[in-house]
Design a protein around this ligand. Sequence first.
Ligand SMILES: Cc1cc2nc3c(=O)[nH]c(=O)nc-3n(C[C@H](O)[C@H](O)[C@H](O)COP(=O)(O)O)c2cc1C
Length: 200
Amino acid sequence: MRKVLIIFAHPALERSRVNRALIEAAAGVEGVRVHDLYQAYPDFDIDVPFEQRLLEAHGVVVLQHPFFWYSAPAILKQWQDLVLEHGWAYGHAGTALKGKWTLNAITAGGGEDSYRREGGNRFEIGELLAPFEATARLCGMIWLPPFVVHGTHRLGDAEIDAHAGDYRRLLIGLRDGAVDAAAARRWPRLNMDLAAVLGG
Ligand SMILES: Cc1cc2nc3c(=O)[nH]c(=O)nc-3n(C[C@H](O)[C@H](O)[C@H](O)COP(=O)(O)O)c2cc1C
């Protein structure tokens, strides 16, 4: 069993529909720990040793957040800037994260069609996540395509519930070693064909 850590960043959880449902679906899963950065650090005063110990204790690191300006809410950047230290996360002696799996779990207001070359957002989500992928690779982590919920503003409750169920299944699959990382990279997002990603 691989322990799964969700590093969660949403600055206004009380107004969230989709992330709230995803987090609630994840919270009860054995072997999955949800760590809410805005709740833990309302002043952005991140406890670096605590965060590093938390990462060391888990095999899968999920960065869950709404897509904000084609990236993540600010606290996640602050977390990266402070926690991913030279000599710990990267550099000659920095091997603490080596071999751990990582992915982004994101919600986006824009529909999937808008994230195409000819669409309103011009770039694909995977391209826009390049800084996260490059960071993971620098730290020797195994990068997976994201779990993405598109078109959040148009989703009804039943659709949100379905996405939450998919997220729960993915987390259980990651925990239980049911995901083949190389095969999963065939999809631009893991929930495009979750059954295949989870080994049929
Ligand atoms: C400051 C801000 C920036 C946003 N930037 C984007 C964006 O770049 N692309 C996008 O598709 N949606 C964007 N959105 C929409 C959010 O992604 C969307 O509201 C969120 O994923 C909904 O999830 P929630 O119900 O958990 O809040 C943005 C929203 C806010 C408030």
